[in-house]
Structures are given as C-alpha cells and as structure tokens.
Design a protein around this ligand. Sequence first.
Ligand code: FAD
Ligand code: PYC
Length: 430
Amino acid sequence: MGNSRIRSRFNFLGRSIVALGLLRFGLAGKYLEPRMFRTPERLKSAYDVVIIGGGGHGLAAAYYLARDFGITDVAVLERGYIGGGNTGRNTTIIRSNYLTPEGVAFYDKSVELWQDLSQDFDLNLFYSTRGHFTLAHTDSALRTMRWRAEVNKHLGVRSELVGPEAVQAACPYMDLSCGGHTPVLGALFHAPGAIARHDAVAWGYGRGADMRGVEIHQRTEVTGIDVTDGQVMGVRTSRGNIATRKVLSAVAGFTPRITHMVGLRTPLTIHPLQAMVTEPMKPWLDPVIVSGSLHVYVSQSARGELVMGASLDPYELHATRSTFDFAESLAAHMLELFPFLAGAKANRQWAGMADMTPDFAPIMGKTAVEGFYLDSGWGTWGFKATPVCGKTMAWTVAKDEDHALIRAFNLSRFADYRLTGEKGAAAVGH
Ligand code: FAD
Ligand code: PYC
C-alpha cells in the first residue's frame, strides 16, 4: 500500500474518532448549554411595567430599568421570539454622522455606549470599527456631505469630507468611475462607523435583564390595552390580562396596531426594507460603503459575507416578503461599484417592516395617554440606537419625564410643526 493511501486511511480513522467523540458529547446530556434566560411559566396578574416587544429596544429598556433604577417587576411581552423582528433582520451599521445637532448628540451617545457592551454582557457582540464612507456622485451630494461633516465636527464627532483618492486607498477594489456614468467625486468619511452581531445584542440585553429579575415572555401577543380616564390600566394578551399603569411600546413595524389600541394617531407609514448576503469570501472590504445615488450599501461581516441593502420598497406594506426586483437592482448597482463580483453567489435575502416618519427621526417618549410611552419611528436606522434608546426610555419610564436627549423626538413635534429633519442622513437614498 502506498504512503498516500495509508495517510488517507489514517485521516479517515482520525476524523471518525473525532466525529464519534462529538456525538457522544452531544448525546450525553451531562454538559447542557446554560440557557440565556429563564422561561417563566405563567404571567403574573400585575407588573409595575409592561414592555411590548422583545427586540433590542424593548430588551434594552428592560435591562436599564433594572440595572439603573432597580425597577425589576417588569414583563417583556414578545409575540414571536426575541430578536425575531427588525433587530435580527438589519444590516448592523452603527454610526453617528447625522445631520441635526439633536440627532448627532443622540447617536453619538449610542456609539459611546456600544464600546463597553460586550464587556457589560460578558458576550462577544463582534463590535468592529470599520470606518464608514458615504459616497458623493454629484455636486449637491458633496454639499450635503460637507454640511454633515461640519455639524459632526462641531459636536466632536469624527467626520470629514474626503476626495476620491481617499476612497480608493481604503477600498482598492472599487471602480470609482462606476462604469463611467456616475463617478465618485468624494465622500463623507466617518471613522467611528462600525458593525456588530445583531442577534447577540438582543440576547445580551435579554440575559442581563433576566439576571436582574425581569420576566421575558415569548409567544405572548398584546391584543389590547385598557385605558380609563386617559390613564393606562392594563394590557390584554394572548395568554391572559395584566394590570399595569406603565406600558412601553417598542414594536417597530407593528406600532400602528399598538397606538390604535390606545387611540393615538402617529404619522408613521410601514414600508418593507430588504437586504441580502452573498456567500462568504476572504476579507477584502474593510470599511462600510454607502451610495445614496446608486441606492446601495455594503459591508463585509466577520463571517466574510457581503451584507448588502438598498432603499425602502416604495409602497406601504405590512409584510416581510422578498422580491426578485430588489435582488436584481441591488446586484446591478453593486456591480457598478465592484464589477469583479459578477460571479458572486447570493446566499440569502429577507425583509423587515420599517416604521417610517416624515422627517426620518424617531418618535420617543411620553404621550398624551398617561402611562403609555412610545419608542418607534425607527424606520431604517434604529439598530445603532439600541443602547441609547434603552437608556433614555428606561429613564423616561422610571421618572415619567422625557430624557433630555430625546425631547426633540417627542410625538408632539408633528402637531407643533417642529420637525427634526434627518432626510439625507438617515440611511441610503430616500
Ligand atoms: P424589533 O426588533 O422589530 O422588535 C419589535 C418586536 O415587537 C418584534 O420582535 C415583534 O415580534 C414584537 N411585537 C410586535 N407586535 C407585538 C405585540 N402585539 N405583542 C408582543 N410583541 C409584539 N438600523 C441601523 O441602525 N443600521 C442598519 O444597518 C440597519 N439596517 C436595516 C436593514 C433592514 C433590512 C431592516 C429591516 C432594518 C434596518 N435597520 C437598521 C433598522 C433597525 O433594524 C430597526 O430600527 C431596529 O432593529 C428596531 O428595533 P426594535 O427593537 O425597535 O424593533
Ligand atoms: O442606519 O446606517 C443606517 C443604515 C444603513 C442601512 C440601513 N440603515
């Protein structure tokens, strides 16, 4: 028998032993993976606070209510499973290069909170600072980038206008001519731009809240909210009724259904936002690249997949279905920037329901209904805000007073004609 055949039999034997060992370990039942959080068997009949929505925002609010204010008699009610909404569907871009001073200050606080989260949770969130380029293909886009850079710098946020050579240096594989029809003229560069592992954020906040006594009830849908004389008195759920005087709604694309239960009107419209990933590749793309004119953005995840997205679907729809149109136009625009990807395979495609506001800023804080607090209007931009939302909404619920960082986002701004215009900075081309 030749050497190579002996080696190959030896390898096969070695691999079989490892596989059998793993099987024995898996079936032994001795080394059960500790659960991330408890599964409480029954709902209590009353809680100090009920949080509707087990996405990142609801769980973060629960975590900070318990950790910062000692309020632990809290139930988080989730109709599906935690992180199954937009938290587990987003493309994980984190940045604070917004347009309004209120927005910049708010998102900058979030970027600060992100820095310590993995350590706080003792869970690796794969937080990875990459730098973020928003490409300008026209003079007017350059003017907007300069404006954002100046507002950012004024507030101590690291953003600057750079020329095409800086983009090329950071991303050598990009075709800056974009096929010759929309050349890159420059970019807004934001050094703190980052990505993270989205579902781990929900698990980290969930586990942290659970460890402090918060109850997380999955597969529990809120079906009604009782309001008497303008004050919240309780919620009705698919598993029974609960008495409570404080309800926080953090349900993103489901918000209109919840606000309808308390008789509030908001200007929210719900649009699908789709995304797609390629097969994993060796690392070649370090920064996050966004092009409003080409309606495309992309980053490369820790797994090597290109995580890509585009603008919203242009019609209101309360559904998470994917379309071929989206995949086709996203691929076409990706190839304008990166023609060498022509043979890349798409692995997965999905959608979330984005709760869009007319001014592209969120809706947060107290409402006209006593005891009903709103965290919504997160459209295409709310993942990065998860830590700061949790922190400020916990403060607002605990003290029954809007936190200073969210005053510009109160629902009342629409009736008062005081919009917080983030158009042009909220995400891809809207
Ligand atoms: P969700 O995670 O949606 O959680 C809400 C939860 O409420 C859901 O789990 C839902 O099941 C539950 N719920 C609803 N109704 C009820 C009910 N009646 N009873 C009980 N539970 C209920 N943001 C960024 O910052 N960066 C990005 O790169 C980015 N990319 C995105 C890409 C896509 C494709 C999408 C769809 C969104 C993107 N976003 C991004 C936006 C971001 O994902 C959201 O704004 C954010 O995740 C909202 O978090 P949340 O916790 O408020 O909502
Ligand atoms: O908020 O940066 C963002 C973003 C990018 C894509 C979707 N949202």
